[in-house]
Design a protein around this ligand. Structure first.
Ligand SMILES: Nc1nc2c(ncn2[C@@H]2O[C@H](COP(=O)(O)OP(=O)(O)O)[C@@H](O)[C@H]2O)c(=O)[nH]1
Ligand SMILES: [Mg+2]
Length: 321
């Protein structure tokens, strides 16, 4: 008797992981059945978002974090939605060679999501990949996303912990943080601490954190509040990675003590349902009423109708058998 795909996946078999991701990508009905069988196992994983501007050193840091988590025996899954990521072929050759040491490690699975269309945008397929990897026993999932606006807010909804990577010399690095991005971070990594200006960047971030220490990133609970730590690192040399790991673990502890982990898991489930609904509705409208969206758009653009009325009309026709 051959084991089912779900069984092979739950056992962490690499070929089964790749096949599962492909089924879900193709919206194969077998993928939906599979999800039902593997979903409970996936909820055990913790998702760590690594975000920040292109070039700040996210992929280099991810590479070092893989090393650190592997050293203590954890299996690590990586999903990279950064189009400039070495994981996705966008970087210099040296980086890619460095990654290859993980390619032969069964405890590591790296998946690039750059070819998905949206630049860095999280999509249903991102959530699916995290589910598959979590179910396959990768208990720590690193999600690298390029830090441009909306995606950083999205990563906060998907990840349990978000680390924002900032590098000195990025000009308006701290200015960008002030513009609302910093609320989503549970941890700041001032990377490239070998470069001038790193101390100053760290100090400025610490001041900002102190100033708004009761923001959404530091939800009050029975276990008190969380104040995002600021950690300096030199990812390229593997310096101070231990401190980043300590901070990540401290946040995981905080989530558990405060019950925030349950809340975040619920939020993530809600997002997954909405994503699935949207995808299904899109597909159904396109299949059953091709051109309906274009016609609606035309009527709205010419002032003959409005978006709500058109949405209602499309929903009504979808509900007809
Ligand atoms: N000087 C210095 N360079 C680094 C450090 N970390 C990464 N880099 C370099 O910064 C560049 C961008 O790194 P990468 O990890 O691809 O950044 P990403 O776009 O945020 O993923 C690469 O050339 C890295 O080698 C660091 O700590 N110090
Ligand atoms: Mg990258």
């Amino acid at each position: 008797v051959t084991a089912s795909l779900a069984q092979r996946l739950l056992a962490g078999e690499r070929a089964a992981i790749a096949r599962a991701i492909r089924l879900l990508d193709d919206a194969d009905p077998a993928g939906i059945d599979l999800l039902r069988d593997i979903y409970p196992a996936a909820t055990q994983a913790r998702v760590v978002g690594i975000t920040g501007a292109p070039g700040s050193g996210k992929s280099t840091l991810v590479d070092r974090l893989i090393e650190a988590f592997r050293a203590r025996g954890e299996r690590v899954g990586v999903a990279a939605v950064d189009p400039s990521s070495p994981f996705t072929g966008g970087a210099i050759l040296g980086d890619r060679i460095r990654m290859q040491r993980h390619a032969e490690d069964d405890g590591v699975f790296i998946r690039s999501l750059a070819t998905r269309g949206h630049l860095g945008g999280l999509s249903a397929s991102t959530l699916d990949v995290l589910t598959v990897l979590g179910a396959a026993g990768f208990r720590t999932l690193l999600l690298e996303t390029v830090g441009v606006g909306q995606d950083e807010v999205e990563v906060n909804r998907v990840a349990d912990t978000v680390a924002l990577v900032v590098a000195p010399g990025a000009g308006d690095a701290v200015q960008t943080l002030k513009a609302g991005v910093m609320e989503i971070a549970h941890l700041f990594v001032v990377n490239k601490a070998d470069r001038p200006g790193a101390d100053e960047v760290a100090r400025e971030i610490e001041q900002l954190v102190a100033f708004q220490s009761h923001g959404p990133g530091s939800d009050a609970g029975d276990a008190g509040t969380w104040t995002p730590p600021v950690v300096m690192a030199v990812a390229v040399e593997g310096r101070n990675i231990d401190a980043v790991v300590v901070a990540l673990d401290a946040h995981a502890d905080y989530l558990q003590r405060s019950g925030e982990d349950v809340r975040r898991r619920r939020d993530r489930a809600r997002l997954a349902v909405l994503e699935a609904m949207r995808a299904k509705m899109d597909a159904e409208v396109a299949a059953r009423f091709p051109g309906a969206l274009d016609q609606a758009a035309e009527r709205i653009a010419t002032g003959a109708s409005d978006p709500r009325a058109e949405a209602e009309a499309i929903l009504r026709s979808l509900n007809k058998p």
